[in-house]
Write a protein that binds this ligand. Structure first.
Ligand SMILES: [Fe+2]
Length: 433
């Protein structure tokens, strides 16, 4: 199917559009249609829903507005696959997404093709700047959902008693054999944690330049930082196990009040995907169940903000603020263990790419900063103003991307955000003081 006659002026964005859209479908390669229906926690969505919703975004915010004569694929999809845009259309309750047995997968894939053809037609007509900006936003939106597909299927497979694996080992990936490393052998992956000092002072944070960013990364503005130090790698599974063995989940002294309540209410005694039947811990990953011996030098993942904060207090440290993190990351290459590496699991620092201090990739890092608008923050106009701004209460900022984030998607100014009890994300811990 080629509908891009006249697209040559927009070659770059055409190629990017195709690559992003194809990647979404490729990520579904190891999944069955039944896998794509599972919604194992209210926080997650079925993969089939992600496939439809990402097409809905392009149809709703770009094609309807900028492609004259565009015919919507199905008028019911306008509200059925709306996530949360109150000013755009009604939408079903999120927790009910797994009940959408109809439309079937084939119809959802046809919806995607219909939208692809529309966008490529639009790009062939030399669209106005606002349309191009929206397409770029739609692609970044789709990249976020690619990450969610992997995050959500990990939870789905963990809740399945058969514990299926997304990918068994790296033999099926496109990484050359010579570059492959094991998940980590005891004794050869460990580096003692160190701390690097940073000067304080008046610093600038927030996005600058012409490249894409989300509205919540602007405006760039000044902040005052006291001198601080940051750990030179993430906290490992082995280190977190020491916190547990020291009664970490039983000693209220380490926990914020709301965190201690979350421990009691949820029965937390380990990170989300840790299980123990015979006294030894196993960690469930997208590459299957791993014994602790194999992952003890890998960063601990799938902990809540409360667990990250409690660990830091136990260790005699604290979490960094988002601005300390950004100051340390500014100017560094985004070259860590990200989705591009196809490892799909957090790795020991010696195996996590070329990102100094493991700043990018492996795990999103909880910061001590509440998710708020920057001074002078202005959400996008219209319904798209609901993309980020309306969530600025009760959430904490995470930085740096994870092993299921694309390198091209994340940057030093990128602000992810989740509620402090959230554990189904690839969220880890960096110490600061
Ligand atoms: Fe979305």
């Amino acid at each position: 199917m080629s509908t891009i006659a006249g697209c040559s002026e927009q070659v770059e964005i055409c190629e990017r559009f195709r690559a992003v859209r194809e990647r979404t479908v490729e990520l579904c390669g190891p999944l069955t249609a039944e896998d794509m229906m599972v919604q194992s926690t209210p926080e997650a969505s079925p993969v089939k829903w992600h496939l439809a919703h990402t097409a809905w975004f392009f149809e709703s915010f770009i094609l309807r507005e900028f492609l004259p004569g565009y015919k919507v694929f199905n008028p019911d999809f306008t509200w059925l696959f709306n996530s949360y845009y109150e000013s755009f259309a009604k939408f079903p309750e999120k927790r009910l997404r797994s009940s959408f047995s109809r439309p079937g997968l084939e119809e959802v894939l046809r919806f995607r093709e219909h939208v692809d053809e529309g966008i490529e037609t639009l790009l062939g007509r030399n669209p106005e700047a606002e349309a191009l900006k929206r397409i770029e936003l739609g692609l970044n939106h789709e990249e976020q959902h690619q990450e969610l597909i992997l995050t959500d299927i990990l939870h789905a497979f963990f809740t399945n008693p058969l514990r299926p694996t997304y990918l068994g080992d790296e033999a099926g990936s496109s990484i050359p054999r010579s570059q492959k490393r094991d998940l980590g052998h005891p004794g050869d992956m460990g580096l003692p944690i160190g701390f690097d000092g940073f000067e304080g002072g008046l610093r600038e944070v927030g996005h600058a330049g012409d490249g894409f960013c989300f509205d919540n990364e602007m405006p760039r503005h000044k902040v005052w930082l006291e001198p601080f130090s940051l750990a030179d790698r993430l906290v490992t599974c082995g280190e977190f196990a020491e916190f547990m063995a020291d009664g970490g989940y039983r000693r209220a002294e380490f926990w914020l009040s709301a965190g201690w309540a979350a421990v009691q209410n949820n029965g937390w005694r380990a990170p989300l995907y840790w299980t123990s039947e015979s006294g030894d811990w196993n960690v469930f990953t997208l590459r299957g169940e791993q014994p602790m011996e194999r992952v003890k030098w890998a960063p601990v993942s799938h902990v809540s903000y409360f667990e990250a904060d409690a660990y830091a207090r136990w260790a005699g440290r604290r979490l960094a603020t988002e601005f300390e993190w950004e100051t340390a990351a500014e100017g560094q290459p985004v070259d860590g263990n990200l989705l591009d590496s196809e490892k799909l699991t957090p790795r020991p620092v010696v195996d996590s790419g070329h990102s100094p201090r493991q700043m990018f990739g492996d795990c999103w890092e909880w910061t001590a900063s509440a998710y708020l608008g920057y001074p002078g923050f202005r959400p996008l106009t219209g319904s798209l103003g609901e993309y980020n701004g309306k969530f600025m209460s009760g959430q904490m900022v995470l930085r740096g991307g994870s092993c299921v984030t694309l390198a091209a998607h994340v940057r030093a100014t990128y602000r992810n955000f989740f509620g402090p009890e959230t554990r189904w994300q690839f969220s880890g811990i960096r110490l600061a003081s």
